[in-house]
Design a protein around this ligand. Structure first.
Ligand code: GLP
Length: 242
């Protein structure tokens, strides 16, 4: 694993965006695995700035997002499809038909997940997967205890994740309880993985995930077994690592 230390969130975002840009330049028809959450927003902003300058071309790129809430429509402002449109897709020249997010409106979980696995296979797998890190060590929506061998599947969100998400919804009843997520197996099949972490609140889980035992209780710890992982963090998030 490579660790890139940045002094602050802005620089961390630039570093991560640099790695993604390099991927797009080296392989203009690459498949990017993308993530939501607050951490990657700065990375997307930087990619947009470089696109605006004419330094990046996303016309050949395909994107496959990690996860989506089950039951939320693309125009719900809390859906991950909406998030991706707002924070990245509508600002760059990626073809909308080449952007994939699990279908939150498909209530048949097996169907939703099988068709997502097919999409990933049809695209030839993921060249570079961007990941954030949940406070309990989740990646995508693979919560603690999730088996490492799963592909895209439907998960019951951990109470701590539901509580963390509650701030975005008008009432607790509206917070989704389930989500579709790429599984750990899918994530581990990506050829390169970039994890972005920021802030003091992530310091403890960064230490556990990357320097503790590899266990399903800390889903991100499986990344220690991947041969091409880059952890990009700011000082605060990396403050507790040896
Ligand atoms: C959600 C997403 C994850 C993301 C996590 C952390 O749970 N499903 O993919 O990594 O949030 O979010 P944040 O970056 O806001 O801490």
């Amino acid at each position: 694993m490579q660790i890139i230390r940045a002094t602050d969130y802005y620089r961390m975002s630039r570093m991560a965006a640099n790695i993604i840009s390099a991927q797009v330049i080296i392989k203009p028809d690459c498949v990017l695995g993308l993530a939501t959450g607050s951490t990657p927003i700065g990375t997307y902003e930087q990619l947009i700035r470089w696109y605006d300058k004419g330094d990046l071309d996303f016309s050949g790129v395909t994107s496959i997002n990690l996860d989506e809430y089950k039951g939320l429509s693309p125009d719900n402002d809390q859906s991950y499809r909406y998030f991706m449109n707002e924070h990245l897709f509508k600002h760059i020249n990626i073809k909308p038909e080449n952007t994939y997010v699990p279908n939150g409106l498909e209530m048949d979980s097996e169907k939703a997940c099988a068709s997502y696995n097919e999409i990933i296979a049809r695209c030839g797998g993921i060249d570079l997967q961007l990941l954030g890190l949940g406070h309990n060590g989740h990646i995508g929506f693979n919560e603690p205890g999730e088996a490492f061998e799963k592909e895209t599947h439907c998960v019951d969100l951990a109470q701590s994740t539901i509580d963390a998400n509650a701030r975005f919804f008008a009432s607790m009843d509206l917070v989704p309880r389930q989500a579709y997520t790429m599984g750990i197996k899918t994530i581990m099949q990506a050829r390169k993985i970039v994890v972005v972490v920021s802030g003091e609140s992530k310091a403890q889980i960064v230490r556990e995930a990357f320097f503790g035992p590899c266990t399903p209780q800390v889903p991100a710890s499986v990344l220690q077994l991947h041969n091409n992982v880059t952890l990009v963090g700011d000082e605060a998030a990396l403050s507790l690592i040896p």
